[in-house]
Design a protein around this ligand. Structure first.
Ligand code: PLP
Length: 421
């Protein structure tokens, strides 16, 4: 990891003072046993565990406040609405958006990308135009753009990555043409761990008038995300990958852009008036929030973001980086193990393959040892195709994981190798 000496100093200090045992105590699920073994949860890329404060928010809301938002004059509805709108402000502050009008709640990153692909496509993409995605995208950041291109007769172009898992940015300028309307790229690859230089990508796209959507599903929990400083046009993420509940996600979009887009779905709350002759749409952000919102999910997401902040976002990221380095070094000691994704800048995600052993078999045996890893393509089939493999074993680490757990993983992998002779 290319760190300057100042940031190295900063990271060494923050890692030394990081109290992982205290943090683990905040996550009830982590103390359980699986098949009689202490749970080692290394599937944080798929979803993270929830701290007690998030679970408390959900319980407290259903026990004491629950009422549908925005439509009631009664006390509970007002309290519920306040909590929902306060959650919007918490998200705004967390990513440093300029206004809460720029924060749209959805059901998750997938819904967020579909929203943007549809609405941006309706407003700005026509036959003959081009949309760029990268070769390392999650299916959620490929298929909605493919659907848009099919609908409009536009062309999908794919920016490749090299064998280390780094985007080949020298090709970016030749990829962007006068027909390019939008570039959709992941902040952090969920299968390679690569942290993409999105600030630079955004600046280069903007120089040619191209808008950028950043898929922040993994990036939102890797260091501080500041959408204003990044100058992102859209930044999307899911609550459940950042210690919040499932069923809640976010689209950040620049206000002037969101204002220029048509609504995605029609229904209650996204309208100002309805008649059979003409419906007038609501203002931002409600224009994009049709139907009953997941207001309890939003409130619990706000608690999760506050919890993450209280842990210390940079300290957590530094700690995860140290764990990543330790796990990489230890796994590299295993003969016949190949790490897929060796970018210079990586988040704490390690994909690997073992010579002659199917990832699924490795995952099954590790599971019996209480170690939860993910196996398969990780919804990135083009990444697997790039390396000519059917899948990987993926260990994705969070700030509540420990070096001791990494050692258990390495011991488990050695045991798998032994079993397969
Ligand atoms: N993008 C990336 C990079 C992801 O890792 C994921 C989930 O793994 C998604 C998008 C989709 O997120 P969700 O399933 O929460 O909508």
């Amino acid at each position: 990891m290319a760190l300057s000496s100042n940031s190295e100093q900063h990271s060494t200090n923050s890692v030394a003072s990081f109290n992982v045992n205290q943090i683990r105590a905040s996550f009830p699920i982590l103390s359980q046993q699986v098949y009689g073994k202490p749970l080692v949860y290394f599937d944080n890329g798929a979803t993270t565990q929830k701290p007690k404060v998030v679970l408390n928010t959900i319980e407290h809301f259903y026990n004491g406040i629950n009422a549908n938002i925005h439509r009631g004059v009664h006390k509970l509805s007002e309290e519920s609405t306040s909590a929902y709108e306060a959650a919007r402000e918490t998200v705004r502050e967390f990513i440093n958006a300029r206004s809460t009008k720029e924060i749209i709640f959805t059901s998750g990153a997938t819904a967020s990308i579909n929203l943007v692909a549809f609405a941006f496509g309706e407003a700005f993409v026509k036959a003959g135009d081009e949309v760029i995605v990268s070769e390392m995208e999650h299916h959620s950041n490929i298929v909605p753009w493919q659907m848009l291109c099919e609908r409009k007769g536009a062309t999908l172009k794919v920016l490749p990555f090299d064998d280390n898992g780094e985007l080949i940015l020298s090709k970016l300028d030749e990829f962007i043409t006068s027909k390019t309307r939008i570039l959709a790229v992941t902040h952090v690859s969920n299968s390679l761990g690569t942290v993409n230089p999105i600030k630079e990508i955004i600046a280069r796209a903007h120089a040619s008038g191209v808008k950028v959507l950043v898929d922040g599903a993994q990036g939102i929990k890797h260091g501080v995300v500041d959408v204003t400083s990044l100058d992102a046009d859209f930044y999307v993420f899911s609550g459940h990958k950042i210690y919040g509940p499932t069923g809640i996600g976010v689209v950040y979009g620049k206000e002037e852009l969101l204002n220029a887009l048509p609504p995605w779905q029609g229904g209650g709350d996204m309208i100002s008036t309805v008649s059979f002759e003409k419906t007038v749409y609501n203002e931002l952000p409600f224009k994009f929030e049709a139907g009953t919102a997941n207001y309890i999910g939003a409130a619990a997401l706000a608690t999760a973001l506050k919890f993450y902040k209280s842990v210390g976002i940079q300290a957590a990221t530094d700690y995860e980086t140290e764990l990543l380095h330790y796990a990489t070094k230890r796994l590299q000691e295993v003969e016949g193990l190949r790490i897929i994704g060796n970018a210079v800048h990586k988040a704490s995600i390690i994909s690997f393959v073992l010579d002659g052993i199917h990832p699924y078999d490795t995952g099954m045996i590790l599971d019996k040892m209480g170690i939860a890893v993910r196996t398969g393509t990780h919804c990135t089939e083009p990444v697997m195709a790039h390396f000519g493999i059917t899948g990987t074993v993926r260990a994705s680490l969070a700030f509540y994981n420990t070096k001791d757990e990494v050692d258990k993983l390495v011991d488990g992998v050695l045991r798998v190798k032994q079993m397969f002779g």
